[in-house]
Ligand binder design. Sequence first.
Ligand SMILES: Cc1cc2nc3c(=O)[nH]c(=O)nc-3n(C[C@H](O)[C@H](O)[C@H](O)COP(=O)(O)OP(=O)(O)OC[C@H]3O[C@@H](n4cnc5c(N)ncnc54)[C@H](O)[C@@H]3O)c2cc1C
Length: 470
Amino acid sequence: MAEIVVIGAGIGGSAAALLLARDGHSVTVLERDGGPLARSVDEAWSSWNRRAVSQFRLAHILLPRGGSILSDELPDVAARLELAGGLHLDPIDGFLRQSGTPRRHREPDDDRFTMLTGRRSTIEWVLAVTLEIGPSISVRRGVAVDSLIAGSRAAPGTPHVAGVRLDSGEEIAADLVVDATGRNSPTVRWLSALGAIAPHEVVEDSGFAYYCRFFASADGTVPELRAPILTPFGSMSVLTIPSDNGTWAIMLYASSTDKLLRRFRQPEVFESVVRQCPLHAHWLDGEPISEMASMVGVSDRKRTFLVDDQPVVTGMLSIGDAAACSNPSLGRGMSFALMHTVLLRDMVRKHLDDPVELAREFGRQTELEIGPWYDETRRIDRSRIEEMRAIADGREVEDTPQRRMAAAFDAAANSDLTVFRARSEIMCCLTRADEVLSRDGLLEHAIEVAGTAVDPPPGPDRARLGELVS
Ligand SMILES: Cc1cc2nc3c(=O)[nH]c(=O)nc-3n(C[C@H](O)[C@H](O)[C@H](O)COP(=O)(O)OP(=O)(O)OC[C@H]3O[C@@H](n4cnc5c(N)ncnc54)[C@H](O)[C@@H]3O)c2cc1C
């Protein structure tokens, strides 16, 4: 069994450490953020030092894809999340209630859409608590990895990582290093210092700006979903994200170039905009438990560690946001990190003794299993940001067959259970859009329903938004 160092105790690093330790490896987790572990869910939210993760106190939802990985692979973590006040959210029940559809239309496998979710601070805290009690795991918080240590090469011309050097100068040897350093990951710089060929990296600003505030109820309940969790309104979108222990987040997002909508960061503007959305306004009926927070400059970035099918490095594997991070509006990042973690564990099971094969197979499988999800997320985001920008600039939104089909699909999903289920598969990160949309007769059915569909959720158009923010 191996000595494994995991860099980063975020979502991916914590889950990877647990899975690898449960396979019998000895795991050391190194986390830059220091200070004691929060003692409770409330403390995790209010005062746990997670300065290195800038989105830590912004809206997060754990989609069913990520949730099912927790319950299948780390059931004790899922149980702890439930005990900590995690929220079960059942979108099908919500749809039946809103549309007045009788419950007999619920199907047994509709349970796959039910999510166990919570604030990011709560999800990460239950992972951190599990790490603390996990056998074969040592967690060191407040230590930052500064560089990688080179070992004897496993393949000519390819550097091999044999451990890490902390910023204190301390060196820690490892048979395998897992890089789970997140969005701000220094991996490329570290590899360059090691003399590695640069991984192929594509980075672009996603173009979105986020404005978010958290609320809590006095009685521990969360507001009823009367519209989809993610509702587009022309040049802005509204996310209403129910969370643990009677808390929830409202997030508005728009193009970061839309100067007018930057005023969303003012609490009174934010509130007046949400009040103008009749199916969302009741989400304001709680006690604010955070200040207004905003975030811009969120990048889409994908790294490929195989160049011409050869690994650029052996002895280190990158997972989660350190490998690929996408704009968060579809709420997929934690699920991707968990999917990647399971893949890592499986590849380590198969190829631990052969560092070259391990790096190569992990790279190939990442491209096959995670790559298409990342590409789809990016495609959906590109389409939405173009639409937002066109509306903000007063231009016609380009009328393409794909856009028309997507609009029909979304409209039909508001009133038709078959289309709602199909759309939920995509939104819950269970099945990719291309697979769902290629199903026999589904689009034709959606287009037919869309012709008679109920109106989309009501909200302010661009002109009204202009009045509200001024
Ligand atoms: C605004 C916003 C909203 C989001 N909303 C959602 C959502 O609703 N649903 C969802 O699933 N995802 C969401 N995400 C994405 C999600 O936050 C990430 O995908 C997820 O955290 C990735 O996990 P990770 O382990 O790869 O990285 P992180 O969780 O970011 O962890 C990286 C860790 O590495 C540590 N680290 C970095 N460098 C070093 C070093 N040199 N030495 C030691 N430690 C180091 C950091 O301190 C950090 O703890 C959102 C992201 C943003 C930006």
